[in-house]
Design a protein. Structure first.
Length: 94
């Protein structure tokens, strides 16, 4: 029985043999309420996963495309080791 299961708060992801799936996942399902299940293409904790017959691809393109830059003056850009000030923090997306 070979397999892997990762859990983050109330989300989990798994991969493994049919024996692993039938043994481990049946125990999970009897202990926890499973809301949604996905296979092949799905998003797990912000990571886009696409599985086909011989590859597994990971991406965060949607997340990266949603990022925006905080405009900084050249003087502020030179302060690389300073954290954001209060005004800059208000520019972060919520």
């Amino acid at each position: 029985m070979q397999g892997l299961c990762a859990i983050h708060v109330d989300d989990f992801i798994h991969a493994g043999t049919d024996v692993f799936e039938s043994t481990v996942l049946n125990n999970f399902q009897s202990s926890f309420k499973i809301g949604k299940t996905f296979s092949n293409s799905f998003t797990y904790v912000g990571l886009e996963i696409n599985h086909n017959s011989d590859t597994i691809e990971f991406s965060q393109k949607t997340f990266m495309n949603a990022l925006s830059f905080i405009p900084l003056t050249q003087q502020r850009k030179n302060q690389k080791y300073y954290g954001l000030n209060q005004e800059e923090e208000t520019l972060l997306p919520v």
